[in-house]
Design a protein around this ligand. Structure first.
Ligand code: NAD
Length: 430
């Protein structure tokens, strides 16, 4: 049976390589659509958890995973020989930056090498990891194409950017429109056909390079606008104006304005990283990505700005930062999630420790903080509020009782406008 009919009848054997924040929800959607799905990951703990029917990703429930595993529609392995039996593969492995801010493609290359060893004619392979334009046709395609194995004829290759937003209650993998571009028109058609079985809206584009660039435009747009909001926040601070009120009032304009908000700095696996994939590639094409570099610089200043605010606030209470106790509320990179990758809290903690403060934290989603050379256990919020000289709201988790924070803390520096509408002399806003 050819691939098209296998996909339409849901008899295609679907594979997902990389079972993290992106891969697991995608594997679950394909399995729920009726496919038999095999996840492949190098992390034995994730593979074991999935095979026991347990979810380790906040947005996917254990009940969903268990039902699919029990029905024989979802399983996982660390063994790439499983590719021998698969018809389609979606790749969702990490694409971090090196220390020099160059793309680290080693995860994609390693995964593709393993897949290529077991690849066979008739397969569809789709890269979902965020990357620079040209990755799919320059880097991936040569690993799969052979003189007698032509793309668009004997196998199909696409890029489809992942747009999932962990913790978003309204938009998840299934209802976020899926952009897909193939190396050839036949590849795009096959990729779109696969996604159409499981996801609500598919947006085909003319090439893998367009699809790669779509993701970088989206995330660069966010990063630069957050950079602008942060710069406006620093200006407002200097001029004694409440930036949050300014943005809320500007947002009442029904056209031509979209609100972005300042904060303690960028976090997560996407916004602080992806634009540098674009600037790296555009430099090779002879164009300096100046907006990206500038926004990167301004956003990178925010943890320093926050720590300066803490220091100034303590000074006004005749206390020095050195030797003071600062309690951080929230270390995840955004509200109501457990991910601390690139979290600005890490920079803020480092800076506070460097200036001689004692630091503790509370985060209902992160009981232990082990990242970036920091190893700390969360303490009870009651202890932080009672003992700290200053409390800093870095992540505005809904679970925090902000009324109690204002009532009990000596001093609160609010980097997220979590205390909007509250008025008290111990509040210092960004
Ligand atoms: N997390 C997000 O919100 C998000 C959103 C959109 C796009 N993305 C992009 O999606 C990609 C994946 O991100 P993520 O957040 O899911 O990462 P993740 O770290 O949560 O998951 C990646 C998984 O890949 C596995 N892995 C690494 N190398 C492998 C290999 N050679 N073979 C098999 N498995 C391997 C890891 O063990 C891990 O389980 C990245 O390119 C990221 O930029 C992420």
């Amino acid at each position: 049976m050819d691939l098209r009919r296998k996909i339409e009848s849901r008899e295609a054997r679907v594979g997902v390589v990389g079972l993290g924040y992106v891969g697991l929800p995608l594997a679950v959607e394909f399995a729920q659509a009726g496919f038999t799905v095999t996840g492949i990951d190098l992390d034995q703990r994730k593979v074991d958890a999935l095979n026991r029917g347990e979810s380790y990703i906040q947005d996917v429930s254990t009940a969903e995973v268990k039902a699919l595993v029990d029905a024989g529609r979802l399983s996982a392995t660390t063994d790439f020989s499983a590719v021998n039996t698969l018809d389609t593969i979606n790749i969702a492995v990490p694409t971090p930056l090196r220390k020099t801010k160059d793309p680290d493609m080693s995860y994609v290359v390693n995964a593709c090498q393993e897949i290529a060893d077991h690849f066979h004619a008739g397969m569809l392979v789709i890269l979902e990891s965020t990357t620079y334009p040209g990755t799919t046709d320059e880097l991936m395609l040569p690993m799969f194409e052979q003189p007698d194995r032509k793309v668009g004829e004997h196998f199909f290759m696409c890029f489809s950017p992942e747009r999932v937003d962990p913790g978003n209650p309204n938009f998840q993998t299934r209802n976020i429109p899926k952009v897909v571009g193939g190396i050839t028109a036949q590849c795009t058609e096959m990729g779109a056909l696969l996604y159409a079985q499981a996801l609500e809206t598919v947006v085909p584009v003319s090439s893998t390079r367009v699809a790669e660039m779509v993701k970088l435009l989206e995330n660069t747009f966010r990063m630069i606008n957050i950079g602008l909001a942060n710069e406006i926040a620093m200006m407002c601070d200097r001029m004694g104006t409440n930036v949050w009120e300014v943005i809320d009032a500007a947002a009442t304009k029904p056209f031509g304005f979209m609100p972005f908000y300042p904060g303690p700095g960028l976090g997560g696996h996407c916004i602080p990283i992806d634009p540098f994939y674009l600037s790296w590639k555009s430099k090779q094409a002879g164009i300096e990505a100046r907006f990206i570099e500038l926004a990167g610089y301004i956003n990178g200043q925010m943890p320093h700005f926050v720590v300066d605010k803490v220091q100034n606030a303590l000074n006004e209470h005749t206390k020095a930062l050195k030797g003071s106790h600062v309690h951080i509320l929230g270390v995840a990179y955004k509200r109501d999630i457990d991910d601390v990758r690139e979290s600005p809290a890490l920079d803020i903690i480092h800076l506070l420790l460097k200036r001689g403060a004692k630091v503790t934290y509370t985060d209902p989603f992160v009981p232990k903080l082990k990242a970036d050379g920091i190893e700390m256990d969360a303490v009870c919020i009651c202890e932080g509020l009672a003992k700290a000289d200053c409390v800093v709201i870095v992540t505005d988790h809904k679970a925090f009782d902000y009324g109690r924070v204002v009532d009990q803390a000596r001093l609160v520096v609010d980097t997220r406008n979590a205390l909007k509408g509250r008025d008290s002399s111990n509040i210092v806003r960004l």
